[in-house]
Design a binder for this molecule. Sequence first.
Ligand SMILES: C[S@@+](CC[C@H](N)C(=O)[O-])C[C@H]1O[C@@H](n2cnc3c(N)ncnc32)[C@H](O)[C@@H]1O
Length: 363
Amino acid sequence: MTAASGTSARTPRSETPKEGEQPMGNATELDGSLRLLEIGDGFIYASALHLAAELRLADHLAQGPRSAAELAGPTGTHAPSLHRLLRALAGCGVFRQDDTGRFALTDVGEALRSDHPRSVRTTVAQQGRLTVRTFQYAEHALRTGEGTFSKAFGQPVWDYLKEHPEEGTDFDTAMHEHSRVERAAIVKAYDFTGAGRIVDIGGGDGTLLATVLARCPGESGVLFDLPHVVERNRIADAGLGDRCEIVGGDVFGELPADGDLYTMKSVLHGWTDSEVVTILRGVRAAMKPDGRLLLIERVIPAGDAPHPSKAFDLAMLIMAGGQERTEEEYTALLTEAGFRVERVIGTESVLSIVQARPVDTGR
Ligand SMILES: C[S@@+](CC[C@H](N)C(=O)[O-])C[C@H]1O[C@@H](n2cnc3c(N)ncnc32)[C@H](O)[C@@H]1O
């Protein structure tokens, strides 16, 4: 535990060593040590944020600033300890403490409110309940390449979410939150006009498809996902029921046929290479010979530049034995499944769009 040395207290010192003392490291060496301690401490902030989301602290602050003592009752917490959690998160820009010791939401913290238009509260809270627990088995993933969800929860992730409907609904909401943040960037980067019959495989609650159909009144859609997931779809609520079929099924089984454009967003990163090729072959068999396929995924860029896909890739390994992939890796898998990649389009979000067509459907 390194937090006691607190990152803010780690001001590099330049002292001349007294006789007989070991010299301190030079500034560069010290920077390295401080940076490593800072990375190591990152889990403290993540855990604090998970708790804040679980306790719905932002909802309790929606009407204005409150002290920890005022928040303790409604959140069932110990006021002095809650104060320390709020103070730690104020230190990284989620809350702001005023002169009276009350805490308010910052612009960043606002997105932790359940009613914020781009809320990520459910995602962050579920990270704390599910993802963190799988990370306790990270060493197993590292030594074997296997995902650890079953070790942590006793069954594979999709079975667990089916048997725990509250967690399953929260997962769909978390995906909805992601899609809500990303969808504007996707429809800005890709023109779906004239796409025809759009089939969204693993489309979850239909957030992306609803966005595309609302924007393109001439197109129709098919939402495909596990039966208990499509039951919870948002298509009818969006007033798009007359232009969109809802189909429950298994991505390894029969897929909706004769689509002009197939989309898969954040689906293939959950599967191993051989599973991905099987899924892609199924899509290729189902689609029209001149159809298009869009993979919407976090494509890992070359080089060491920071990119969220690299951390998410590690999470996909540990959670599911899946992975984020580079453009070359997607191209290789698509080629193996009988597609050719036409282009890779970046978006203003962390996602990229890989557009491919079947080389020869043999139909
Ligand atoms: C990471 S979520 C992505 C959801 C949605 N595309 C989005 O981006 O918001 C992966 C989706 O794959 C679906 N899925 C998992 N296993 C499946 C299977 N065997 N057949 C069909 N869908 C499956 C899940 O139910 C989930 O909705």
